[in-house]
Design a protein around this ligand. Structure first.
Ligand SMILES: *Cc1c(COP(=O)(O)O)cnc(C)c1O
Length: 397
């Protein structure tokens, strides 16, 4: 027997649930690419993306997923043989660094681990040692604001401050794929030089758009970057002709979709969007905290303050997380994320990013609790109730 019918609920950390309004905005014929409404659409999107990144710098839109936007960011500011520093706190900064290595960049990794955030003091010490070697040769520092594998949130302003405290002039480059549109990101105020993101997580649009933002310092470094290639090149994309903005045919339907998504975020108000994510994330953490009393499951991220507001990675000890995922999917139509990287086969991930609301999150928590009980995985009872109690306390009548 199952209680699965109707819509599935996709609780994986990307792609996320697309609002019906976004789906509808894409259901229309193509338009001219040389004149008319598309030109204003592009101008508006580029302007609004800088608003979402909180920068007076430039934004660029690529037909690419996050991996493409990684390459866009790297190729525009680096040259073969440059050294960069990758700040480990899960999988994603490491993956970005791997791409850089394959492009001919020398990559140093500031060792971290899957269970904690980057320590700014370690960044400062590493960069001071680099400067002492003479020349301050590290060109850029790469970090993910939220790492979707570990579920950690990194303190970007503190990391930026650490770079300055070390007296180092490396560019700060931040992956915001799993955080933009879900939590504050203040590119200029925090001293971030290059930021990148994608359409399919907090921005609630199908996969296929990569976004990069660059400040004046990054655009100055760009002038002499040796890894520039025609498709990613910022200078080409800053040309006057509309087709240059996309290095070819614009991804019209994805643009219609992301326009609708941004309109929805602005209508709700970014502050409210961030607060909604925070409340729902705390509800998830409340439930996991209760379940953890059974000793079989627990938070991957050890420090409560380092747990992200978009995804919660839950370790499943001495039981099969894949059996739990299969139960939730096959019996209830809730699709949870799997553990990835070192956590493959050892964790589930509950996403709470993008177009999420109380019924989606409370429903998901109820289903996970059903699964824990049905599979006899020891757990504290009343996790879903704890989430209800938390939300009813925060969201007053
Ligand atoms: C999802 C994700 C990526 C990769 O994005 P793709 O679109 O799958 O290439 C990169 N970084 C972070 C933090 C992510 O969550």
């Amino acid at each position: 027997m199952s209680v699965r019918a109707g819509r599935e609920f996709l609780a994986i950390p990307g792609p996320t649930t697309m609002p019906d309004e976004v789906l509808r905005a894409m259901h229309r014929p193509a338009v001219d690419i040389y004149s008319g409404s598309l030109l204003a659409l592009t101008d508006g999107l580029l302007r609004d993306l800088t608003r979402v990144f909180s920068t007076k710098g430039r934004a660029y839109i690529y037909i690419a997923n996050g991996h493409g936007a990684w390459e866009a960011a790297l190729s525009n500011v680096l040259s073969k043989g440059d050294r960069i520093l990758v700040l480990e706190s899960g999988r994603f900064a490491i993956g970005w660094g791997d791409a850089a290595r394959r492009m001919g960049v020398e990559v140093e990794v500031l060792k971290g681990d899957m269970r904690r955030a980057v320590r700014p003091a370690e960044v400062e010490a590493h960069l001071k040692a680099d400067s002492a070697k003479g020349g301050g040769t590290i060109k850029a520092v790469l970090v993910a604001q939220i790492d979707t594998a570990s579920g950690v949130v990194n303190d970007i302003p503190a990391i930026s401050q650490a770079i300055r405290a070390a007296g180092h002039d490396a560019l700060l480059m931040v992956d915001t794929v799993a955080s933009l549109g879900c939590m504050p990101f203040e590119m200029d105020a925090w001293g971030v030089d290059v930021a990148m993101s994608g359409s399919q997580k907090g921005l609630m649009t199908p996969p296929g758009l990569g976004f990069v933002a660059a400040n004046d310092r990054a655009r100055e470094v760009h002038k002499t970057a040796g890894l520039r290639t025609p498709y990613w090149d910022w200078t080409d994309r800053e040309g006057d002709q509309h087709y240059q903005k996309y290095a070819g045919t614009p991804p019209e339907h994805l643009l219609f979709g992301v326009r609708q998504a941004l309109d929805m975020l602005f209508e709700e108000g970014l502050e409210n969007v961030f607060r909604r994510h925070q409340l729902l994330a705390e509800a998830v953490r409340g439930a996991v905290g209760v379940w953890a009393e059974g000793q079989a499951i627990g938070f991957n991220i050890i420090e409560p303050g380092e747990r992200s507001d978009t995804v919660t990675t839950v370790l499943v000890n001495s039981h099969d997380p894949e059996a739990l995922r299969a139960y939730c999917n096959e019996k209830c139509g809730v699709i949870l994320g799997q553990g990835i990287g070192q956590l493959s086969g050892k964790a589930i991930r509950i996403a709470h990013m993008g177009h999420v609301n109380a019924p989606m999150i409370l429903g998901t928590l109820g289903v996970v609790e059903m699964g824990l009980a049905a599979l006899n995985i020891p757990h504290g009872k009343g996790g879903a109730q704890a989430a209800v109690d938390w939300l009813s306390d925060q969201v007053k009548a």
